[in-house]
Write a protein that binds this ligand. Structure first.
Ligand SMILES: Nc1nc2c(ncn2[C@@H]2O[C@H](COP(=O)(O)OP(=O)(O)OP(=O)(O)O)[C@@H](O)[C@H]2O)c(=O)[nH]1
Ligand SMILES: [Mg+2]
Length: 227
């Protein structure tokens, strides 16, 4: 994928809106684009071409009285064979990870998607969507343990008839806004810790060295004693 010039979602602005980025992941043809389209337009046009590279859909809404501007990022699933460009994940606040209930392989590939997501965004909320339940509604009686195992919210959906689509996307937006206001992304925490660490080590470097030497000496003593 070509380098994407994307907005800076973490930059504060004075628009009064919270700006969030929600990404969609999952194998090709599981219905990612159709789900986004269904949510945004409440319409459904079957037989559209596979997403070419990247589409951004902006959506303005309100969550608990707070104005929110959401960018849904949608890309073609077949890119998994070359890995997704890191900019796809950059600054994402939530993810919708979808599979197709009519094709087992798309469910089997879920761990690969989650793994890649977690490499870039270890802590963002990820919601699991089991799509195309209109084809065989009895599929909703089956249990799909992947979501439970990874502590992800799970939704049976249909982009075709709209089942649960609004619920899924509203929850994803809520989760994104919550994450943005209180990010627990471990990478952010580690970065923060590293900054403090530098300050501390600069401040009491001598003390730290002495302690290290003391410990090394004690270890030597122990070695001598045990040999
Ligand atoms: N029956 C049914 N068909 C669906 C549903 N959602 C999507 N489809 C069909 O599945 C096919 C793939 O849908 P897309 O939305 O293009 O899939 P995608 O995940 O965006 O695929 P890529 O862009 O290639 O990654 C299309 O032919 C859709 O019409 C659904 O809920 N039910
Ligand atoms: Mg698509």
């Amino acid at each position: 994928m070509a380098q994407v010039a994307q907005p800076d979602y973490d930059k504060p602005d004075d628009s009064g809106e919270v700006r969030v980025k929600v990404i969609c992941l999952g194998d090709s043809a599981v219905g990612k684009s159709k789900l986004v389209e269904r949510f945004l337009m409440d319409g459904y046009k079957p037989q559209q071409l596979s997403t070419f590279a990247l589409t951004l859909f902006n959506h303005k809404t309100e969550i608990d009285g707070q104005k929110v501007s959401v960018d849904f990022w949608d890309t073609a699933g077949q890119e998994r064979f070359n890995n997704m460009h890191p900019s796809y994940y950059h600054q994402a606040h939530a993810c919708i990870l979808a599979f197709d209930t009519t094709r087992k392989i798309t469910y089997k590939n879920m761990p690969n998607w989650l793994k890649e997501l977690r490499e870039y965004r270890p802590e963002i909320p990820c919601l699991c969507a089991a799509n195309k339940i209109d084809v065989d509604p009895s599929v909703t009686k089956k249990s799909f343990n992947f979501a439970k195992k990874h502590n992800m919210p799970f939704y049976f959906v249909s982009a075709s008839d709209g089942t649960n689509v609004v619920k899924l996307f509203r929850d994803a937006i809520k989760a994104a806004v919550k994450y943005k206001s209180n990010p627990t992304d471990i990478m952010d925490e580690i970065m923060q810790e590293l900054e403090n660490f530098e300050l501390e080590t600069g401040k009491d470097k001598a003390g730290g060295d002495t302690e290290d030497k003391d410990q090394a000496a004690a270890a030597d003593e122990n070695d001598k004693a045990s040999s």
